[in-house]
Design a protein around this ligand. Sequence first.
Ligand code: FES
Length: 184
Amino acid sequence: MSENLNNFSFSDKNKLIAVDILKKYPVERKNSAVMPLLDIAQRQNDGWLSRDTIEYVAEYLDMPIIKVMEVVTFYTMYHTKPVGKNLVQVCATTPCWLRGSDNIVKACKEMISPEQNTVSNDGLFSWMQVECLGACVNAPVVQINDDYYEDLTYDTTKNILQSLIDNKPLQVGSQSGRKGSRAD
Ligand code: FES
């Protein structure tokens, strides 16, 4: 890796994590580490990948920037614009839509921002509509940062957002009281 001239570099902790990640791949295949390295770069950079972070990862792996950009722009888990401290991803694919995802979107519009991909004034939230999150059995579903909240209604969505504002503990998973995906 040559000298880094941009404003981003891995923290000391992430430098160690990056070394561990690279150990999982043959030296001649180190480019395969691009996804986990982008992930730790994004987490360090408040949830999004600035131009500097992308260039840093490209330089770290001796990859052309365009190749890293191809990965960043292909996968929806990477974000190229700032996001809120809590990124609310609302699934609106058919099972969630049939089970009321319009109401979840309504709650997000009212409590976060009328437009998706807009950071709220206090920086606490942004929301975006996404395709299936793979938890359709407990539709409708949102993902907030790394956690899933399921069996949602307009009211339970608002309660979750309010708990995040109030810094109160939250229960992840189903909000309807059922265990896992059980019907009883
Ligand atoms: S359709 Fe929403 S989780 Fe699959």
